[in-house]
Design a protein around this ligand. Structure first.
Ligand SMILES: Cc1cc2nc3c(=O)[nH]c(=O)nc-3n(C[C@H](O)[C@H](O)[C@H](O)COP(=O)(O)O)c2cc1C
Length: 172
């Protein structure tokens, strides 16, 4: 699919069919995503692919409301990065975006669930996920991307949505 079409089609999908997503596809998506650029080419991002339903349910509990889309997601990818890199947050965001765009190319839906600097009942969502998945202390958790075959239909985006006032030429 053409990149522009993928960008238009990408929507946050929060309801998924029970159909599993093959590990082959998840592997391909993550490998392409890890080709994303990173500051000083530091490549601090590491991904955890989760397909175990019990684990996905436990991750959902780390942020019940905002992660509700994990209820039906047959897979998720946890986007982490080594905080030793000063650009880890940007690098991880780019990889997460690549993952969401790649999902469209595979006919999959996805939704970003934010973990970075989010708390539930005063407990860090990042720490809850790190404990669940044995993620090393020096790694940060940006988000959990729920992935699956869409069980809801959403219109794609269109260029008409873009507010031209947000564009500035030469000066603000
Ligand atoms: C940084 C970031 C954090 C987000 N966090 C969540 C979240 O925790 N839970 C959720 O359901 N959606 C989350 N989203 C999805 C947004 O709500 C969604 O992208 C936005 O409403 C636009 O809709 P669209 O993705 O269909 O274009 C997040 C998106 C981004 C980029």
């Amino acid at each position: 699919m053409e990149l522009k079409e993928i960008i238009l089609r990408r929507r946050s999908i929060r309801k998924f069919k029970a159909q599993e997503v093959s590990l082959d596809i998840l592997n391909e998506i993550t490998k392409y995503a890890l080709l994303a650029p990173s500051g000083r080419n530091s490549k601090p991002v590491e991904l955890v692919i989760v397909t175990d339903k019990n684990k996905i349910r436990e991750i959902k509990k780390a942020r019940e409301g905002a992660f509700s889309f994990l209820e039906s997601a047959p897979a998720c990818i946890v986007v982490t990065a080594d905080e030793a890199s000063s650009t880890w947050l940007s690098d991880a965001s780019i990889v997460a975006t690549y993952i969401q765009l790649l999902c469209v190319d595979y006919g999959l839906g996805s939704c970003w669930g934010h973990a970075f600097e989010r708390y539930q009942d005063g407990i860090s969502v990042e720490e809850s996920i790190k404990n669940l998945l044995s993620i090393p202390a020096n790694y940060r958790v940006l988000c959990v991307i729920g992935i699956g075959y869409p069980d809801e239909i959403k219109d794609g985006h269109s260029l008409e949505e873009v507010n031209n006032e947000k564009l500035h030429y030469e000066n603000w």
